[in-house]
Every structure is written in C-alpha cells, then in structure tokens.
Design a protein around this ligand. Structure first.
Ligand SMILES: [Zn+2]
Length: 361
C-alpha cells in the first residue's frame, strides 16, 4: 500500500502531502467536515465545495441505524446517496457506539447496544463494521476499535481496550482483505488503523508501533479530544510526533476540529482532521475569527453591526457581505439560513488554515 501518499516536510514534524484515493486526490493537511447522516448539516454539496472541502466524512453508526447500509446501497452507494463525487470517508462506528448508545455488553466478539430510537438490540463487530463501510462505499474507511476513554479512565480498562483494539484491528484487516481481494489496487478503499492508549505514553507508543507494523493504508489517532485538557492532548500529539515511522501513510486525528488544536496537530505531523465542531458551533451562532478567537453572533452588541463575520475571510458569507447584524437577527428569529452561512464561514476558516500550511506540489 505504498505510493498512495507522498509528502514534503514543512517543519520539524509538519508536512504537506498528496493522498490518492479512488475518488480523486486530496491535498494535505486537510479538514473534513462531518456529514453525519450523509449530508453536512444544512449545507448543499455546492456550498460544501465552496469552502475548499476535499473530503466529507459520514458516520457508520448513524447510517447503519437509519436508513441502513442496504438502503444506501440501493440508492447507489454513499456518493450517489449524498450527491457527492469527491472522496468520502466513513468512520468505524466505534466512537458513537461508545459515546451515544446504551451499551449492553462488550465481548471479544463485539459490542451489543440498544438502538436509541427503536430500542432494538444491535450488534457491531470489527467484521460487521468493515462490511457496513464497504457496502456504504466510502473511499476511506476506519477499523473498529474499543474506545475506552469515554467509559472508564482506569488503567485496567485502558489496558483491556488497548489490547482488544489491536486484536480487532487484525480482524478488521482480515475482513478488509477478504472483501477487497478481487479488486484492483486502485479501486480499493484505504483502510485506517486506529492508535489508542489513552493518556499513557508507553501504551500509545506500543499502539502506534503495532498499527504501523500492519499493512494498513493510513494511521488514525483515536481517543483524544474526549475530555482530557488541551495541554494533555497537545503533549500526546508532540510525543507521538517523535515516533511515526517513515512509511508513506497519511495520519488522521479523529474528532479534532478546534483551530487551536488543528494548528498543533499540523505542527506535530497530522495530515487529516474531522469534527462536527465548525457546523455545530455555527448552528449555535459561534464563529471563528482571525487569531482563532470565537465570537457569539447572537450577542446583543452585534444588533446594529454592519461588518461581516471576519473581514479577512473569503467565504461566501463574508464575501457577499452578510452583516453580523443581519445574521444575529436571523438567529434570533430561528431562520436556518443563519446557521448555514456561519457553517460555511467556520468550515472555510479551517480550510484556509490547512491551505496556508500546504506546500506546492
Ligand atoms: Zn467568512
């Protein structure tokens, strides 16, 4: 799985690269917004494209529960379903299972949980997660892991999840190889293995070594941005930066999307980021402006403000001159256009940050 990614160094650990997926090239570093249920909330595909987004992420957990991967496949697969030609990535479903679902049992085989809407019992395993993702038809997929930091910070549980994550990775990889064995190399989706280990540096280092020793197409860093302090997260990213091998594989930091953390991630050699933060913040009236500061557009001080969100921004909302006063009013009366415009701005903010960190290829 070499040569799908090539990169140039842009600093001590930072780099800029080109990732070749079956749906097209991706320049890195890059930020990927979450199209949780197949669509980036409140945005049309054209609006998403306008921000410079190259990859849209969709959630396996949500799509499995509704409408189900068989329905998505019947509608032509994820790209036709979401009306998107460019690269798409699905996560493994693990993070949502452990954070949103009421888990009944975790066994070596997999996880049984209750569908929050229907009350039905649902079972996910490494094999089933890969099968779902293959059926959905994403260009990049993620191995199913045992996400620990959310339910228990004790070392015994961390260790158990750590060891299981690697056994599950081998099973994910075996299922991936079984399902892709008749595909041309260039038609195969790229499989990311997930590094876990909580905030324990020794475990993290071992986990990274194990994931890097396997023939996965990309290295994902999981289990961060789950309640630890910002300083702890940055310290772990710095630590990991010193332990990546030289293999030409992209590094994906799962679930991190605050500009301050994205900058640190890039500094410490991360190539890809995803998060619901820019669109979730936007729907609540929070926008990022120069200097990675946050402003709350619903604040009364913006009532008669004629300025755009950020005069230095080239997003649709700022370039077209939508004033903070106008946006505040739309938020106040519950008009969804405000959330759409600020979503465009926030995603563009992160894409500009990534673009500024890229070298020319
Ligand atoms: Zn803007």
């Amino acid at each position: 799985m070499s040569s799908i990614f090539s990169s140039k160094s842009t600093g001590k650990h930072s780099r800029s690269g080109v990732l070749v997926t079956r749906a097209g090239k991706v320049l890195t570093p890059t930020f990927m917004p979450d199209g949780t249920r197949g669509a980036v909330k409140s945005l049309t595909p054209e609006q998403v494209e306008s921000t410079g987004v190259q990859v849209v992420l969709a959630n396996t957990y949500h799509l499995h529960l509704a409408p189900g991967e068989d329905t998505v496949a019947a509608l032509g697969g994820l790209h036709a379903f979401a009306n998107r030609k460019g690269p798409m990535l699905t996560d493994s479903g693990g993070f949502q299972v452990f954070s949103l679902a009421k888990i009944r049992t975790i066994t070596e085989e997999g996880v049984t949980f209750k569908d929050p809407k229907t009350g039905d019992m649902v079972f996910l395993s490494p094999e089933i997660s890969i099968q779902i993702q293959m059926k959905l038809g994403a260009d990049m997929i993620v191995a199913f892991d045992d996400v620990t930091a959310l339910d228990d910070k004790g070392r015994d549980r961390t260790l158990e999840a750590f060891e299981r994550t690697h056994r599950w990775l081998e099973r994910s990889l075996a299922e991936y190889e079984r399902l892709t064995k008749d595909m041309k190399q260039s038609d195969k989706p790229i499989l990311f293995g997930v590094v876990q280990g909580g905030l324990d540096k020794e475990l993290r280092k071992k986990s990274l070594e194990i994931v890097q020793s396997l023939p996965v197409g990309g290295i994902a860093i999981g289990g961060l941005s789950v309640g630890e302090t910002r300083a702890e997260m940055h310290e772990m990213l710095e630590y990991l930066a010193g332990h990546y091998d030289d293999s030409p594989r992209p590094r994906f930091l799962l679930g991190v999307g605050d500009p301050i953390d994205v900058r640190k991630g890039i500094e410490y050699g991360i190539d890809m980021f995803d998060c619901v933060l820019p669109t979730r913040n936007a729907r609540h009236g929070t926008a990022w402006v120069a200097g990675d500061k946050k402003i709350h557009i619903t604040n009364e001080r913006f009532t008669e403000d004629t300025e755009v969100i950020d005069p230095g921004c080239d997003c649709y909302a700022c370039a077209k001159g939508f004033s903070k006063g106008f946006l505040r009013h739309q938020f106040k009366v519950g008009e969804p256009l405000a959330g759409t415009l600020v979503s465009i701005h926030n995603i563009r903010y992160l894409e500009r940050l990534c673009e500024e960190s890229r070298a020319a290829f």
